[in-house]
Design a protein. Sequence first.
Lengths: 109, 112
Amino acid sequence: DAGITQSPRHKVTETGTPVTLRCHQTENHRYMYWYRQDPGHGLRLIHYSYGVKDTDKGEVSDGYSVSRSKTEDFLLTLESATSSQTSVYFCATEGDEQYFGPGTRLTVT
Amino acid sequence: AQSVSQHNHHVILSEAASLELGCNYSYGGTVNLFWYVQYPGQHLQLLLKYFSGDPLVKGIKGFEAEFIKSKFSFNLRKPSVQWSDTAEYFCAVTYNNNDMRFGAGTRLTVKP
């Protein structure tokens, strides 16, 4: 366990509202990742970060933005949530392997 | 685009049966290979990984996987499953340090 926490763990929001999910790690890992998990798709990479203020897009980045102002925190923002963004979101960090957080279940109604 | 295929979507076995879950990837270059397990309601945990060396990799909980480069495969095996192995299993491949692609997952149900 790499000391990864995610907040909130569950959220229900309405279409069009902004949402920010937080990932916090205590291991001082340089790389951090945001994935979404959907049935039949496994996990798909949204964005990742390779250092403070250094981020890049993943496979399914449209509609999402990220920020990393501190090593320990990686924020995922949905500027205007849509129903297609209903999913379970996992944060991960990378030491000698990828370690995953507990997940955030987001429902957009 | 690089992709990872897991051909079995749902596998149902009785306890003590042998397990083999298939995983194939599409990239012909250097890859690192992983199997993760996700127990109901929990996050992903690493079962085993292959970076180089012996293509037969042993992981936790009695799982092993074999990397066959010529077949682009990394199948997961366990000789005798237990009810507690009921979970979803994900194969993953990194094509460089920053791009991990996951298969769609295989749900394993073990009947007691």
